[in-house]
Design a protein around this ligand. Sequence first.
Ligand code: ATP
Ligand code: MG
Length: 417
Amino acid sequence: MDNRFQSIRGFNDIFFPESYKLQSIEDTAVRYFNLYNFREIRTPLLEKTDLFVRSIGTSTDIVEKEMYTFEDSGGESLSLRPEGTASAVRAYLEHSIDKQDPVQKWFYRGPMFRHERPQKGRFRQFYQAGCESLGIADPFIDVEIIKLADTIINALPVRGITIRINSIGCPECRPGYIKVLKSYLGTIKESLCDDCKRRIDTNPLRVLDCKKQGCIAATANAPKTTDYLCGDCSAHFNTVKTGLDGLRLSFLTDPRLVRGLDYYSRTVFEFTAEDAGAQNAVLAGGRYDYLVELFGGTHTPAIGFAMGIERIAGLIDMPSTQGPDVFIIPLTEESKQKALAIALLLRRGGRTCETGFGEKTLKSMMRRADKLQSFSVAIIGNDELKEGYVTLKRLSDGHQEKIKDADIVNAVQSIKA
Ligand code: ATP
Ligand code: MG
């Protein structure tokens, strides 16, 4: 019998260099979040189920079928977080941050969990980095946030991304639109998939979000949200578009873009990769001006987005990885202490290095240095130990020098140049 354990389907172990790719994407996002003066918030991975049900909405894909929900031993229904916004808003109110200063700019990164069918670009545990701007209604915030998303994407080796935007109105104008949409969908009901037939009554907006070709074709002439916006929503959307134009940011106004979560209002946006198949959304977000009050706070306009780290990684070629600058070879037991001191000097000087501890012979250490694709080796034998130098050898051409201990950082610098 085989006693080895296996991970859960859709939950991945991620190794180097894939992990390095994800790390670089996250680090790039964090760098720009900081430049835009967003502050990090870390919220729990587990929350009370009701938090997500009430914010994301009962007739959404996430709540209907994608949540990891279970009862803990105390009988309380808990769910692994499927997204980041609900927790951020909960924290905002729970800690009365709205009362201290309602204007907050937060970012987060970490795993999210959705029980979906695992496939390319779709996992059950996946990583997001995202941001939330709370407390400001000004449409120029929308412009700034979309520009931030665009800046992050452009700082990565990712091309061929389309920015799609739309406005889905507010509680003032959306009901009127929903009514028109509902009666339109009634006329084409027979051409819709079974899910969408059901959605006509439960969540008609979601029909426009359906990825099935049949539904996309059938709803090609559906009424557009933007034709039914109230004056304020219409003005807001126009300012967003003008602001984006002013930045020379090209975007597409996509009347099908409605987003799958209930809490959105007004501006919604998505960044899509044209050739990535059905899982082509790499980043998505929008305004959620009514979520804070839905959770019992005072009216607080807000907007945010989340980027799918693996989806973006899927568009980036594997980075060429480098070995360490130096592999340190202690030839004797006595030279190990010095090997460690040299390694510390190098690392303090910003040079990557690896030690040969654990290998017994010069030959095995050289083999290991080769395997790690080290740029050079620093050999430390008894002579080196006694006289205060190391023998630094460049592996590409065998070039070799005696380097005084204290000069090691500069010496590595100059043989790499
Ligand atoms: P999709 O339409 O592809 O299901 P979504 O609308 O459910 O996406 P959001 O809730 O907007 O996705 O999440 C923001 C981003 O997180 C998505 O644009 C995508 O890049 C990423 N994402 C969402 N679900 C997954 C998943 N199961 N696996 C990997 N990445 C995901
Ligand atoms: Mg989804």
